[in-house]
Design a protein around this ligand. Structure first.
Ligand SMILES: Cc1cc2nc3c(=O)[nH]c(=O)nc-3n(C[C@H](O)[C@H](O)[C@H](O)COP(=O)(O)OP(=O)(O)OC[C@H]3O[C@@H](n4cnc5c(N)ncnc54)[C@H](O)[C@@H]3O)c2cc1C
Length: 277
């Protein structure tokens, strides 16, 4: 089946894109990498959309260090996240995550802003940005807003983005000396969405754990984090399994996902401690 498109407009800058979205009468959609949006349109999950192409907006591109924070433009492609030297140095979790996302063709087009706006509970970047305590920057009809990652994701494919807003960038604290950042997941085949996964960030202030594919949206696993901060790995695994309420589907049962999350946490801790095989 082919998509039923209501129109296409290429925005030249952010103001132009916001004006086009405002004129769309509720039917305008931001087109970034198109890897999720066009697939949804081809399945007629959405039709009559006016596509507002943001791919040529220079202000949405690039990775910069600003003091003790790293700013990553919304249009940064997954393949660029994989190779950017600032990201490798200051947010290695994002670089590691790209190894687990889909395939080269999708990574060449997909954008980090698109992945966050799409908010698939099985996607890696939403969990990573919460584990890294990032800030999501958006602009829209009512002006610019900064939304903590902890508030941004609200449900399955749901975020705090309002009608007519564009996610412009994310920013996050650069990794401190000795910080550990790891991501572990299990998928049926390389490049598939994970049956379950998790990110762990170890900072002086404590651990941050966020799971993938075991809930409606990324959330901090606070009970497990407290146990890990106290050095109780077995307690953290038990607390994580207790706290999760994963879905059952044709890929995996809830019980299997809950079990996997605990195993992955053990692997992540071994990885952080330099003990993994
Ligand atoms: C076969 C396949 C396998 C995949 N496997 C994985 C995987 O294993 N892990 C994973 O994480 N992802 C996976 N993806 C998704 C991929 O990473 C997408 O690139 C990503 O989810 C969406 O990014 P995009 O730039 O293509 O966004 P688009 O498809 O262009 O947009 C997605 C949604 O976000 C909105 N949007 C996009 N950018 C913005 C913005 N800046 N501001 C406001 N709204 C915006 C769009 O309007 C649309 O609603 C897969 C995709 C495919 C097709």
């Amino acid at each position: 089946m082919k998509a039923s498109v209501g129109g296409y407009a290429r925005a030249v800058d952010l103001r132009h894109a916001l004006d086009l979205l405002a004129q769309g009468d509720g039917m305008a959609r931001v087109l970034a990498g198109g890897q999720s949006l066009v697939a949804a349109m081809n399945m007629r999950l959405s039709s009559g959309d006016l596509l507002v192409d943001i791919n040529h907006i220079a202000a949405l591109k690039g990775v910069t260090r600003e003091g003790d924070r790293l700013r990553i433009g919304a249009l940064t492609r997954h393949a660029e996240v994989a190779t950017d030297t600032l990201i490798a140095q200051h947010a290695p979790l994002l670089r590691k995550a790209t190894d687990l996302i889909a395939h080269a063709a999708i990574r060449n087009r997909g954008t980090i802003g698109g992945a966050l706006a799409h908010a698939d509970p099985a996607a890696e970047f939403p969990a990573c940005v919460l584990a890294l305590d990032a800030m999501v920057h958006v602009d829209g009809p009512d002006g610019a807003r900064d939304i903590p990652a902890a508030d941004f994701f609200t449900g399955v494919f749901e975020t705090m983005l309002r009608e007519g807003e564009i996610l412009t960038a994310l920013s996050l604290p650069v990794a401190e000396e000795g910080e550990g950042q790891v991501i572990h997941e299990l998928a049926r085949r390389i490049g598939d969405y994970a049956l379950a996964g998790l990110c762990v960030v170890r900072r002086k202030a404590g651990h941050r754990i966020v799971c993938i594919s075991v809930g409606t949206h990324p959330e901090l696993a606070t009970a497990a984090m407290d146990k890990l901060d106290a050095g109780d790995v077995a307690g953290a695994v038990a607390a994580l399994r207790d706290a999760l309420d994963p879905p059952s589907d044709t890929q995996a049962s809830a019980a299997y996902r809950r079990h996997l999350a605990g195993v992955l946490l053990e692997r992540a801790i071994a990885d952080l401690n330099g003990e993994s095989a």
